[in-house]
Design a protein around this ligand. Sequence first.
Ligand code: CUA
Length: 351
Amino acid sequence: MQLPAFDEGKYNFFDVSWKAPMDTVSGITEWSRDINSVYSLTTIICTLVFFAVAIPLVITLVKFKQKPGDDSPPKQFHGNPTLEVLWTVIPVVLLIFIAVPTWRVLFKHSHVAEGSLEVEAIGHQWWWEFRYPQNGKIITASELHLPENTPVHFRVWSADVIHAFWIPKFGGKTDANPTSFAEDGSPTRWNEINVVTPLLADKTKIHGEMYQGQCTQLCGSSHALMRFNVVIHSKEEFDRWAKTAYTPPKVETTLAQAGEQVFARCQACHTIAGTPSEQIPGVKIGPNLTNFGNRKYLGAGTRLNTPENLAAWLREPSSIKPGSLMPAGLVNEEEIAQVSSYLRLATAKSY
Ligand code: CUA
């Protein structure tokens, strides 16, 4: 199936299906439904307060307007203990009505459920990296794979500036903050999100395939293009995906072989499992490309992963993501064809 890029979709404000991928109120997880229940309660209370203030205000403006020919000053008075107590107590009571369910939701979702899948979501300028510490060395970028109906514990942090991790259909967001690292390379600071993933059968995926995620903290020139996609699998399919997600590329053609040689120049910034690029330690500046051939989109979820779009990216990354840290002109046209064949075909795996 040919998928249009998100940019090409026509979004309808009133449509809560896939046409509104950033819709937050349709509540497909318990977490998002709980957040929306607090949101609805707050909206109802604020609406009542608005009318409780606005209606007497309008009545007062009309009723006590200065009459023609009446030049006497209005009646003067100072202090009204009854009113002062009332307009102190009423807001306090209203805030308690908002605070109690807010705390209830916060505490309910702040503990890590037993059997949670651990995922590290790492913000970079301008793309997301995902690691699965329970599943060996799986690292992927811009495409988050999750099993259906499973508790997931996200640890969210940043490799550079402050980003924010958000899957609108799943629920709330949290900041990805820069961190220092312990001796074993693990981060010393992170934020957390706990969510039970939706069922595979959920119909609100974009084109029936994926959910959209987005960085929501202004983090530089391509902040708005810092997207990612969420693919939900059945539990069996997720296990198969996890088995193949960090396997070496299968180089089967001479074109791809030549591409493999070209890729050797890319390995200071990019990693592909089972190649020498893996030996270079530290957090790489560019996305992990191990399963690039399986990804629907490139450029942090903004363009379809087609040979044309990949070539455009390699020629001039900034034409797709302004300010991209990857410079233009790293490869010539012949090398683009070679490395494109390597990246798109050799790293594609069936699962
Ligand atoms: Cu990362 Cu905005």
